[in-house]
Design a protein around this ligand. Structure first.
Ligand code: 1GP
Length: 249
């Protein structure tokens, strides 16, 4: 099975290259705002476009991904809130196991049900240990997943969860405070987790400033994901990208 994007993420980590992913929620975009986001992402050399949301209530996923693919070469990575948010038109799929929670459906159950469909899609599969961290207020993802996030001051729980995920063979850890979180993940927790795992770390949820994005990278995040803040202010794409990429040689 092809592993182009995962290989690239691994190479970027090996070269200490920090990457920026813009999260596109198909429900929150108009045709105009999608086209603006694509243009700004191209200009800012955004590394990845993640597409998905906890709840995709419209049927625009396919169309959004086709539009992105027709207009830029930035890899499109699905970040699905549920197994029906999959389109073979994307480049890869974050195959998420919610390892911070104790809901068997999101650890393995839904994966079993959707396995033939996912395999058939031909998408590159990226096995991800997905860790929800408390962001100060219940987010859509904690409500929908029916799981408790890891408390934001429990660095040891976060580190052990990430370590277990790595030893189970997951290829990436995604630390997420949830979309629109009141508080982003504390830098100290990111650096603790980074100390204990070798695999790449994605960090997202509630990141609203380029400074915070940069701080997270210095703490050990390899890919920063921003969605909400960019929906409110698309100009942040270039500022975030500049802050993150300023750390690359
Ligand atoms: C959510 O990590 C992503 O799953 C991005 O969060 O929308 O708060 O940037 P924001």
């Amino acid at each position: 099975m092809k592993q182009k994007i995962l290989d690239n993420i691994g190479k970027q980590k090996a070269n200490a290259h920090k990457a920026f992913a813009v999260l596109i929620d198909p429900d929150k975009l108009t045709a105009e705002s999608l086209s603006e986001t694509i243009q700004l992402a191209k200009q800012a050399n955004v590394d990845y476009l993640f597409v998905g949301g906890s709840l995709v209530v419209t049927d625009t996923l396919d169309k959004v991904v086709s539009t992105i693919k027709a207009n830029c070469t930035i890899p499109v990575v699905l970040f699905p809130g549920s197994p029906d948010q999959i389109t073979p038109k994307a480049d890869a799929l974050l195959y998420l196991s919610l390892i911070s929670g104790r809901n068997p459906e999101l650890l393995i159950g839904q994966h079993v049900i959707s396995a033939p469909f996912v395999r058939q899609s031909g998408l590159e599969i990226i096995p991800v240990g997905y860790m929800l961290i408390d962001g100060g207020t219940p987010t859509t993802v904690s409500y929908i997943s029916n799981t408790n996030p890891i408390p934001s001051n429990k660095n040891d729980i976060a580190s052990c969860t990430a370590m277990a995920g790595e030893m189970l063979g997951l290829k990436v850890i995604y630390m997420d405070a949830g979309s629109g979180a009141q508080r982003a993940i504390p830098t100290i927790m990111i650096s603790q987790v980074a100390k204990y795992v070798q695999i790449p770390i994605i960090v997202g949820g509630g990141i609203t400033s380029p400074e915070k994005a940069k701080e997270n990278c210095l703490a050990g995040a390899d890919i920063i994901v921003v969605g909400n803040a960019i929906e409110k202010d698309p100009a942040l794409i270039s500022q975030m990208a500049a802050a993150i990429h300023s750390l690359n040689h």
